[in-house]
Design a protein around this ligand. Structure first.
Ligand SMILES: [Zn+2]
Length: 437
């Protein structure tokens, strides 16, 4: 790189004035029918320096493997696939054109007339924070809503959530959070949908009224606001936080969902100690202020929680612990409740979600917030919250969907509707089993 380019890129890095371009990036899909294909792609996945972004980890035969490749590596990657006799399909010719279409749509949006409760498009972090503030004053008679402050992000954003529940003593609670992975925009949008239903339907719907009278609902729409805002301004496909530990290669950010105290940094796989990796687990457990803030806010409340959802996209899964291959102690109940959730989701728009243990259905993880929330106190993997029904919903699209994190806004409301049905069904099913102590 010559001197002028260095100066230019430093200037852009400082001003943040440019957007990361995916011009010429192609998205490829391989449908493996042999283990050898999966192993070969998994080897590519582990070569961080190749910068092939796998949209999900290669995990087994008969399950599509989707990844995007930058134009510089394209010929090399396809030559490797050809040499191995691995067939692939180009499902997106130019990733940037998808991002451009979304940017154009969003830039023509008027945030002053398009309310969040229209569920017509995605919204900035500040819009969501103002909106939950308005909800507490305008939609929640009888002091049913209040804001809570989880903490402050690495870049200094105040991270808030909303608690919805009729005042009472010794109430049990449900926790829902969204947006720990920055690019998964449908998750925060779905959190706002839950907030809307819980606050709006109290007077008109008997079941909602009962849920709000019986439980306190803690909903945190955006766990990782720095990353989320970065996806709007700079890099639409950013996943991590924006913390900076002065890595010698200049790599920024930690995968927040690998930073919790549950088998953190173990050699089970599923997280990386390379700061440039998309699954970097951070320099220490709870190094990320966003994750530590959740720990500090949630820990005093842990005996109240009956269930937790930490929302992601994509793949249409309803995942429960563990992220490794240990069998969860209440596996039968987790499966029973998981089945009730996916049945209720299917009823609404006929969309199939699959429930099960995350390591078995997808791939092993460590340091995930779901495992930490589930782990009993003093668990060998880490000191958790002991929430017996802890799920990670992976929202639309399905694993084949080339929209991935750029889910069309027409789907925000349907996703909200089906997940709201799933959330209510979860509570009913837990009640039928008996609330955890
Ligand atoms: Zn995610």
């Amino acid at each position: 790189m010559d001197g002028l380019l260095v100066i230019l890129s430093l200037f852009l890095a400082v001003t943040g004035a440019t957007r990361v371009s995916y011009e010429g990036y192609r998205v490829l899909e391989v449908f493996p029918t042999e283990d050898a294909t999966v192993h070969f792609l998994h080897d590519l996945y582990e070569e961080e320096y190749l910068n092939i972004d796998f949209w999900s980890e290669p995990r087994g035969v008969f399950s599509p493997i989707i990844f995007h490749v930058n134009p510089i590596r394209y010929d090399w990657v396809t030559a490797q696939l050809d040499a191995e006799g691995i067939k692939y399909t180009i499902i997106v010719e130019n990733l940037q054109s998808m991002i451009d279409a979304e940017t154009e749509r969003l830039s023509s949006r008027d945030p002053t007339t398009q309310a969040i409760e229209d569920f017509a498009d995605y919204h900035r972090f500040d819009e969501m924070m103002s909106w939950i503030t308005n909800i507490t004053t305008s939609r929640c008679g009888g002091n049913r809503c209040s804001l809570f402050n989880v903490g402050t992000s690495f870049e200094g954003r105040s991270i808030r959530g909303i608690k919805i529940g009729t005042p009472g003593t010794d109430k049990r609670a449900v926790w829902v959070d969204c947006g720990i992975h920055a690019r998964e925009w449908i998750a925060p949008a779905t959190c706002t949908y839950f907030i809307w239903r819980l606050s709006q339907d109290y007077d008109s719907d008997a079941e909602t009224r009962r849920l709000v009278d019986t439980y306190d609902w803690y909903i945190q729409p955006v766990v990782n606001p720095d990353g989320y805002e970065y996806t709007w301004d700079v890099d639409r496909l950013w996943r991590k936080t924006r913390s900076n530990y002065n890595d010698i290669l200049g790599c920024i950010g930690t995968d927040g969902n690998r930073n919790y105290d549950s088998f953190w940094g173990s050699d089970l796989g599923g997280a990386s100690n390379d700061p440039c990796s998309n699954t970097y687990h951070g320099p220490s457990v709870f190094s990320e202020p966003e994750c530590a803030a959740q720990r500090d806010f949630m820990t005093p409340l842990r005996d109240s929680f009956i269930a937790l959802w930490t929302m992601h996209s994509r793949g249409q899964w309803m995942l429960h612990p563990w992220g490794n291959y240990d069998i969860p102690e209440n596996e039968a109940e987790l499966d029973q409740v998981g089945q009730a959730i996916v049945d209720a989701i299917f009823e609404v728009h006929g969309v199939t979600y699959i429930h099960g243990q995350s390591a078995v259905l997808l791939y092993p993880t460590q340091g995930s917030s779901n495992d930490w929330a589930y782990a009993p106190r003093g668990h060998e993997g880490g000191d958790g919250l002991g929430i017996e029904y802890a799920y990670t919903p992976e929202l639309r699209p399905d694993p084949n969907g080339e929209d991935a994190w750029l889910l069309p806004p027409e789907q925000i409301r349907p996703v909200g509707e089906e997940c709201w049905a799933g959330l209510k069904a979860m509570v009913r099913e837990i009640e039928s089993i008996g609330l955890p102590p």
